[in-house]
Ligand binder design. Structure first.
Ligand code: HT7
Ligand code: ZN
Length: 880
């Protein structure tokens, strides 16, 4: 495979004004007829160059140009392209191909998920359906006719509005759909199956009634209401916050079991991984409910940020993804607790995206080269991209941001554009210059910001010095300074926010404000401060950087209690925990007895004693930094010491805070017992505190706690409580109860694949000895198959990505196992194989013995032959 570069971008030579597709679906093949109404692109220059259409895994049956059937001498065919010579500036191409969705295990293009036909075309899957200009800057009006056997496929769907349907002889029927909006091929979708639907309507702000339908397999019809409610909330929110109204008469979601990612925003016909649609109390956790809401919102928001205004080329992916993640995060923040949402997102970013930024696949938010675009649907493009949009929001304020987005949507509606166009709209709407800010799009790596202070008591002034730098990343040795918005406050000895007046200013500017770092080193002097303040820095995580300030543990405890910024109260607790855990890790490595700094106990005790705090915040504060995060911030990660230290801290906290945890647990469990499940913030909060309390309490090994855990497991009316009880049992030494619980759970939920995914994950993630054997055994379970991405993620992904002790076993068995699975999956589903590889690519983080073992497995994958471009790119870059 060869590299593709952003600098080589050229406008398309030809355009496709109309695309008329006919699909004849059969059990052993599908026929696709495409009529493309084409013309020379006036922006591409003179003459009539050859036309090269993309096409992969297609059996060409016939092709004609302006009704003249072409012979093989009239075109050139390779395994990825068809080239022919047009003889006029406007012409029509008709082609017929045969494809095989029934054997398509890559889940890209047209494929079968169970008994239903469905499509996934982003990024470059449409070329597996028909010969086409499969690039996002070629936008066309689509008409699609689908025909299939009526009994097995009563529902036939595509983008836009249904315009005709009928029956054919032989028990077949057909339907025609017309999408009035021009779109790139990646937004094309087709579904055929025996589906039921839940229906509703939404009245838009201009009083148009839109039909809403969620299609699922009949057994799931009782699990759609939460997604439907989420969809209606999203539609309303986008009208209120962004002024964006839905444009077609119908909006459909289809749930499929086999899907490589979370969902896909095809115009008017979103296709979802069933895990991101189906949710009801008995079978889906609170986290799953929140994910459904967020993904439904995300895909819906793409209708404007992605579909009406799309990407010029795939290097611009973050234009739609970063912006849409930002939009869905703000939506979730508005629906639930803003602070808790921010904490969850930042914890995720710092653990996973920061690791990507420090690894061999590090790339800018707008990459400048790739081999396989599927490898660039990354945390950097999505999550860091969203942080970049958030920083713009911080810099221009909510009103300025809305002016910018209004201009962007108005100016570019119906176009395929670039990240620069987005920035330009923000600049022009706000009269600002974002030239330097744009380095966030072009420079990879996580910037570091080191802050130091000095207080001048005689002058009542306080200086903060900021030094920023960014480590080298592949292909980028040197970095220029970023624009870094740092929101901060200064606290006095009582914890009150002090007025913030910079030297040269006439008056204070608020008590929390944003400083803009633009240089490698910068100093800010605050005046009129009669006492030395304690700074609260990077409030709300105002920039995706690693900021350090030499806080003492007492200062962190003070911030935990007093900071007006909820995010920073949590952050102070995390920093205190990190310091304490790093002591324990060092003690463990030196072979010393571990001793927990009592200040962490004191700090968490006061959190637990404070009944006025939001319970979700209490739960977040009680959660120690994860092992993944502790690995990420280590120079050389010692997984065994990290695990031992963290478990030791949890046991100590459990013992010291037992009574408080037990009270909270019992009070909350009692409330759960006496009220019906509700998927709302206050209830999520209550259950999250109850569940983290239970996980600490079980470390005590006390019979009362075991009894409570079993009661919760057996009697809970919802999956959040039941699954936590199961997970806690699985990680406990109570072998008999554990075995019984696992068995009864699997027996009860054996017909629900999404619940069985949870059952696999809980066992794969358990750090108790024998993990690999357990995982290998579970791979033989009837409910497991390598062909289903959810199953692969649930079992193998959870083992390699969450079970650090098991995966990094010193004998290299975890690495060998993962390489075996990648090699098998490479032939079945390259996108999933390549994603599964990520933990092996992080080899530089570990000791030299593990590095050698990990690299040997990467090499083995490389040598296994016949690698997909997806796997080849990741493995070769990891070994470079
Ligand atoms: N825009 C969607 C991307 C997507 C995708 C990409 C590659 C391979 C499979 C895929 N399924 C969906 C998802 C989203 O961000 O909304
Ligand atoms: Zn998206």
């Amino acid at each position: 495979p060869k590299m593709i570069y952003l600098k080589d971008y050229k406008v398309p030579d030809y355009l496709i004004d109309e695309t008329h597709l006919t699909f004849e679906l059969f059990e052993d093949h599908t026929l696709v007829h495409a009529q493309l109404v084409m013309r020379r692109n006036p922006e591409a220059g003179e003459g009539l160059p050859a036309l090269t259409l993309d096409g992969q895994e297609l059996e060409l049956l016939s092709i004609s140009l302006n009704d003249r059937e072409l012979s093989s001498a009239d075109y050139q065919l390779t395994d990825s392209h068809l080239t022919l010579q047009p003889d006029s500036a406007s012409f029509v191409i008709d082609s017929s191909v045969r494809i095989h969705p029934e054997t398509n295990t890559a889940l890209e293009g047209l494929y079968k998920s169970g008994s239903m036909f469905c499509t996934q075309c982003e990024a470059e899957g449409f070329r597996k359906i028909t010969y086409y200009l499969d690039r996002p800057d070629v936008m066309s009006k689509f008409t699609t006719t689908v025909s299939a056997e009526q009994h097995h496929y009563p529902v036939l769907l595509s983008n836009g509005n249904p315009i005709a349907s009928g029956s054919e002889e032989g028990g077949r029927h057909w339907a025609t759909w017309e999408d009035p909006f021009k779109k790139p091929a990646y937004l094309f979708a087709l579904v055929a199956g025996d589906l039921w639907c839940v229906e509703d309507t939404f009245t838009t702000m201009s009083q148009r009634e839109v039909a809403l339908r969620i299609y699922v397999e009949p057994e799931n019809i009782d699990k759609c209401q939460h997604a439907m409610d989420s969809l209606k909330r999203s539609m309303k929110w986008d009208e209120e916050v962004y002024g964006r109204e839905y444009d077609l008469d119908i909006f459909m979601i289809v749930a499929v079991n086999d899907f490589n990612m979370g969902a896909m925003e095809n115009k008017g016909l979103n296709i979802f991984n069933s895990s991101c649609v189906l949710a009801k109390a008995e079978t889906a956790t609170d986290a799953a409910h929140q994910r459904v809401e967020a993904v439904v919102a995300h895909e819906y928001f793409h209708n404007w940020s992605g579909n009406r205004v799309t990407c010029r080329d795939w290097f611009q992916l973050s234009l739609k993804e970063g912006f849409t993640v930002f939009r869905d995060a703000e939506f979730s923040a508005d629906m639930h607790s803003r602070t808790v949402k921010r904490i969850e997102d930042v914890a995720y970013l710092r653990t996973h995206q920061f690791a990507e930024d420090a690894g061999p696949m590090a790339h800018p938010v707008r990459p400048d080269a790739f081999m396989e675009i599927s490898n660039f649907y990354t945390l950097t493009v999505y999550e860091k991209g969203s942080e970049v949009v958030r920083m713009i929001h911080t810099l221009v304020g909510a009103e300025g941001f809305r002016k910018g987005s209004d201009l962007y949507f108005e100016r570019h509606d119906g176009q395929a554009v670039t990240c620069d166009d987005f920035i330009k709209a923000m600049e022009e709407a706000n009269g600002i210059d974002l030239t330097q800010f744009k380095r966030w799009y072009s420079q990879a790596g996580t910037p570091r910001v080191v802050v130091s202070e000095s207080y001048d008591a005689a002058a009542n002034s306080y200086r903060l010095k900021f030094q920023q730098s960014c480590p080298p990343t592949p292909g980028q040795a040197e970095k220029l300074p970023f624009v870094i918005p740092v929101e901060l406050g200064l606290l006095d000895a009582q914890g009150r926010e002090m007025p913030l007046q910079l030297i040269g200013e006439d008056a204070p500017v608020g008590r929390s404000r944003v400083l803009q770092l633009t240089e490698a080193e910068q100093t800010f002097t605050f005046v009129n401060l009669p006492e030395k303040p304690l700074p609260s820095l990077l409030r709300g995580f105002s920039a995706p950087v690693k900021l350090s300030f030499p806080y003492s543990r007492d200062q962190l405890m003070f911030l935990m209690q007093h900071d007006a910024d909820g995010f920073n109260r949590w952050e102070a607790g995390q920093q205190l925990s990190v310091q304490v855990l790093q002591d324990l890790i060092a003690q463990q490595q030196r072979g010393e007895q571990m001793v927990l700094d009592q200040r962490l106990v004191t700090a968490l005790r006061s959190v637990l004693e404070n009944d006025s705090l939001d319970q979700a915040m209490v739960a977040e504060m009680l959660s120690l930094p994860g092992e993944g995060y502790l690995i990420e911030i280590s120079e050389v990660a010692d997984v065994d010491a990290i695990h031992a230290a963290r478990e030791f801290a949890r046991e100590q906290l459990s013992a010291e805070l037992f009574d408080l945890l037990w009270q909270r647990y019992q009070r909350n469990r009692e409330l759960s017992r006496n009220s019906a499940y509700v998927a709302q913030a206050e209830h999520f909060a209550r259950r999250s505190l109850q569940n983290i309390a239970l996980s600490y309490l079980m470390l005590s090994g006390k019979p009362d706690v075991l009894a409570a855990c079993l009661e919760q497991f057996e009697k809970a009316d919802n999956m959040t409580e039941r699954l936590t009880a199961l997970a806690v049992l699985v990680n406990s030494p109570f072998e008999k109860e554990k075995a019984l619980a696992l068995e009864s759970f699997a027996d009860y939920f054996k017909d629900n694949p999404l619940v069985m995914d949870q059952w696999f994950s809980v066992q794969a993630a358990s750090a108790l000895p024998g993990a690999l054997q357990r995982v290998e055994q579970l791979m033989q379970h009837l409910a497991f198959t390598l062909k289903n991405p959810n199953k692969v993620r649930a079992l193998i992904g959870a083992f390699a990505g969450q079970n650090f002790v098991g995966f990094h076993a010193a004998d290299g068995s975890g690495y060998r196992f993962l390489a075996d699975q990648v090699i098998t999956l490479n032939g079945l589903n390259p996108q999933i194989a390549s994603r599964l590889l990520a933990p092996l690519t992080r080899w530089r983080k570990y000791d030299s013995a593990r590095q050698t073992l990990m690299k040997a497995q990467l090499q083995r994958i490389l040598d296994s032959g016949d690698l997909s471009s997806d796997v080849f790119e990741v493995v070769s870059k990891s070994l470079a």
